[in-house]
Ligand binder design. Structure first.
Ligand SMILES: Cc1cc2nc3c(=O)[nH]c(=O)nc-3n(C[C@H](O)[C@H](O)[C@H](O)COP(=O)(O)OP(=O)(O)OC[C@H]3O[C@@H](n4cnc5c(N)ncnc54)[C@H](O)[C@@H]3O)c2cc1C
Length: 436
């Protein structure tokens, strides 16, 4: 980090947490419950990050609400936490005790008077691709970010404002909650320490050209499969062929799609194998006669999840095929066909499927302003934790590909280090004042 402003300004005791996923929320509540003021900045319209968009999550395969709701309650109950959504942090400068965080807040066009009654949605005519469902369907531009959103407040996509719908939406709202004139704002915050919890984005499957993603609606990524299987997803949880709505009874799960590949992501994301085992279970629960084929290089059920792997492996309708498919072509009926060679036996295959799911990896998201601020990144783009003389710590997948429980552990550690840092700086300054 640059040393701009060091030692001069007053020591800030505030901890800024960037990213409101499971890691950022955990860091915020842990620090606030220890008595620190926290500002939690989230780029999206609601908290929960990518966990909120999972259908179910291991180890217990429960609804993501199980883990998220408790954090929402802790945030609601703690006056020391200030949450700012729609807020993208673009740069960080300074050092322990006196950081400056530069942020930009995009308009939501709906203020805190919103009661989520839905009157605006009833008059809004514009539709946009649904980002929560990874573009699998379209939604009304005036909407809740998703069914379980926190905060439970509507948002309006800029497309509706651009289409001139603002005045009609404002008129439909009995609470004066619609603000069509809202504009993007930029601002700066002072912080004593920063927890960087910006998480990950799915690797762009379009870049793996041999797998033809984007050329057929029946080739999905693993994050889209989570939404396809979710009861609040685009099909109400029915796992179908998006091309024609028929049940997807024969499904291929392609491991390491772009991962452990020097041309794409050279590392293993740790989670994808278990993600695909979970997807095999989703399909098998839905169709008694389903066949699921998992194409893999190696399979890793990390941590304590070997028993889950054993359970899926014991199912005779789930085949494990050791092979990295070479490419996908299309059958005359439009179905995607996987071509490749089995590593064991070395025979060639060409197998058609109703649905192909590409298990793409997790890629870190780091804004250019952070890189120029001197934050160290590892060879794969994840943020490296600094020593305790600094006040900037990564948490969750911003630091490495992690699952939820590991993200929570890393966030708790980051929060404790941040609290110790701001209290240490304040203590040292107070002592300095006394000695003057
Ligand atoms: C297909 C798949 C299935 C999975 N299933 C499971 C499972 O069953 N169980 C499990 O334990 N794990 C699972 N995982 C892993 C799990 O999703 C991650 O462990 C979890 O998302 C990590 O949370 P996070 O808070 O670190 O990151 P995220 O969930 O990515 O949250 C980061 C937040 O930061 C925000 N943000 C980003 N940049 C900025 C910025 N510049 N300014 C402000 N905000 C910003 C984002 O909008 C986001 O809300 C799965 C992963 C995949 C790929």
């Amino acid at each position: 980090m640059s040393s701009k402003g060091q030692e001069q300004g007053p020591a800030s005791q505030t901890i800024v947490v960037v990213g409101g996923g499971i890691a950022g929320m955990t860091a915020a509540v842990e620090a606030a419950e220890l008595g620190q003021d926290v500002v939690l900045l989230e780029r999206g319209p609601s908290l929960g990050g990518r966990v909120a968009a999972l259908n179910r999550y291991f180890p217990k395969l429960c609804h993501p609400g199980c883990g998220l709701e408790i954090n929402y309650q802790r945030i609601r109950a703690n006056r020391r936490i200030r949450v700012i959504t729609m807020c993208d942090v673009t740069a960080v400068d300074g050092r322990i005790g006196s950081y400056t965080v530069a942020a930009r807040r995009l308009p939501r066009y709906v203020n805190e008077r919103c009661t989520a009654c839905g009157a605006c949605a009833r008059v809004c005519k514009t539709e946009v691709p649904n980002p929560f469902n990874y573009g699998l369907d379209r939604v009304n531009a005036a909407r809740l970010p998703h069914e379980h959103a926190f905060p439970m407040r509507y948002m309006i996509a800029p497309e509706a404002i651009a289409a001139g719908e603002g005045p009609a939406l404002a008129q439909a709202c009995a609470y004066g909650a619609i603000e069509p004139e809202e504009r993007e704002q930029t601002f700066e915050l002072s912080a004593g320490a920063i927890v960087w919890a910006t998480g990950w984005q799915p690797y762009d499957a379009r870049r793996i050209d041999v797998y033809r993603y984007g050329e057929s609606p029946d080739i999905l990524t693993n994050v889209q499969m989570e939404r396809l299987a979710a009861p609040d997803g685009p099909t109400g949880g029915r796992i179908i062929r998006p091309s024609n709505g028929e049940p997807a009874r024969k499904v291929a799960l392609v491991q390491c799609a772009g991962s452990r590949d020097v041309n794409h992501l050279p590392y293993c994301s740790r989670i994808c194998c278990l993600g695909s085992l979970k997807h095999a279970a989703y399909v098998r629960e839905q169709y008694a006669d389903a066949q699921v084929d998992i194409y893999y290089i190696d399979l890793r059920a990390h941590d304590k999840l070997e028993a889950f792997y054993d359970r899926v492996r014991a199912d005779p309708q789930v085949r494990f095929i050791k092979s990295k498919p070479a490419h996908i072509r299309f059958a005359p009926d439009g179905r995607p066909v996987l071509h490749g060679e089995r590593t064991v036996g070395r025979d060639m295959y060409a197998e058609a499927y109703d649905l192909v799911v590409l298990a793409t990896g997790m890629q870190a998201v780091v804004p250019a302003g952070l890189k120029s601020g001197g934050v160290a990144l590892d060879d794969y783009g994840f943020v490296v934790a600094q020593d305790d003389a600094e006040g900037f710590w990564p948490a969750g997948v911003a630091s490495a590909p992690l699952d939820v429980s590991m993200s929570v552990q890393s966030a708790t550690a980051a929060a404790l280090r941040a609290v110790r840092a701001v209290r240490g700086v304040a203590g040292a300054r107070a002592q300095g004042e006394c000695q003057k």
